[in-house]
Design a protein around this ligand. Sequence first.
Ligand code: AMP
Length: 113
Amino acid sequence: MADNCLFCKIIRGEIPADKLYEDDQLLAFRDIAPQAPQHFLVIPKKHVSGPGALAPEDEKMIGALVRKGAELARENGITDCRLVMNNGAGAGQTVFHLHLHVLGGRPLSWPPG
Ligand code: AMP
């Protein structure tokens, strides 16, 4: 946990979130500024600043995180969806606690802008 990290504060319950799922290592909640009819985030409870900071011992966790994102998409009625992680400010990362965006419910074009 990092004291001043927004998502660590959500994990600790210091900031409210619209939670979809929680277990001992993962938390999923709806994005506060949704970019699609369905847009939620899946995060690890362990503070990792982003995909580029993952350690070899995180491989099991990141697999579980991606699998949970796809499972929650199905459970929320999203058949086709985009699972994306931004890595670094130049790629659009604004919160430096690793998170998987899950977006769906509208056609999603490729490549992204
Ligand atoms: P990124 O730009 O990839 O770092 O994504 C960070 C995401 O976190 C953005 O889509 C924000 O809308 C979302 N976000 C920021 N603050 C909150 C919050 N308090 N609750 C839920 N989502 C948030």
